[in-house]
Design a binder for this molecule. Structure first.
Ligand code: DC
Length: 241
């Protein structure tokens, strides 16, 4: 039996080792998935897998190596040459592409503008999904993306579909890019988010959609601690089941 009366905010005191769960977080671009996933992973002592970073790393490789992604043979060959890993870095993860840290490079607008096209390619998805399933096999993992609760781990113990208003998403992503010193206008950010949402939701292979058994978390009016407290309350429910 889990302890009652524990604060809903940090820290998370439950004997979490009693059950190993998989947490899937899906949602549109820039609604705060990675922040929530990272916070949950830290609180629970779980691994965090940023699946968007994997599609971004593939896109970066294609761009840097001039891979014609309309050519299935070139895509297949390139995928054989791509190795993606995550390295724990303080409170978060660093993405490595063939042994090189690409955490900053994969967030550039040039990559953001092409990633939805690259991630719509079935061969790319098959390769990434297989890696994600292997990484999550041991459970105790939080994954965020677009198809985690529907395709990668349809049996995930807790599925969260995160949402926020369009204006709020644009504002947050704009500030995030500015803080990183990347020069971009608010209009460019809005266009990129809307373009990606459209392509990600309408592609044939594993489109973004809310899993039937997902819990919706609208964080438009929630701060980081509040959204974490809500998600931790759901984790607690799952652990107590
Ligand atoms: O989470 P993100 O914005 O960094 O993801 C970048 C892109 O990768 C996103 O626009 C669509 C794609 N993606 C995907 O198709 N499936 C996932 N599970 C995660 C991301």
């Amino acid at each position: 039996m889990l302890k009652k009366g524990v604060p809903t905010a940090l820290p998370f005191f439950y004997p979490i080792e009693m059950k190993s769960i998989i947490i899937a977080i899906d949602g549109h671009s820039a609604c705060g998935k990675s922040t929530l996933a990272r916070d949950l992973a830290r609180e629970l002592g779980y691994a965090y897998i940023d699946t968007g970073a994997m599609y971004r790393a593939v896109t970066l490789y294609f761009l840097e190596n001039g891979v014609d992604w309309t050519d299935p043979v070139a895509v297949k060959k390139a995928l054989e040459d791509i190795q993606i890993e995550f390295r724990a870095n303080g409170s978060g993860n660093q993405t490595l592409l063939n042994g090189k840290v690409v955490e900053q490079a994969i967030r550039q607008m040039q990559v953001s503008e092409q990633v939805s096209q690259v991630s719509a390619i079935s061969a790319v998805r098959r390769a990434m999904v297989a890696q994600q399933q292997a990484m999550g096999r041991k459970r105790k993992v939080v994954l965020d993306g677009r198809d985690i609760g529907t395709v990668v781990f349809p049996d995930a113990d807790l599925k969260i579909f995160l949402t926020a208003s369009e204006d709020e998403r644009v504002r947050r992503r704009f500030e995030e890019l500015q803080a990183k010193g990347l020069s971009v206008s608010m209009a460019e950010v809005r266009k990129n988010l809307l373009d990606r949402d459209r392509i990600d939701s309408s592609r044939e292979d594993s489109p973004l959609r809310q899993a039937e058994d997902a819990r919706v978390l609208d964080n438009t009016h929630l701060n980081r601690a509040e959204q974490l407290a809500l998600a931790l309350a759901w984790v607690r429910e799952v652990l107590e089941k």
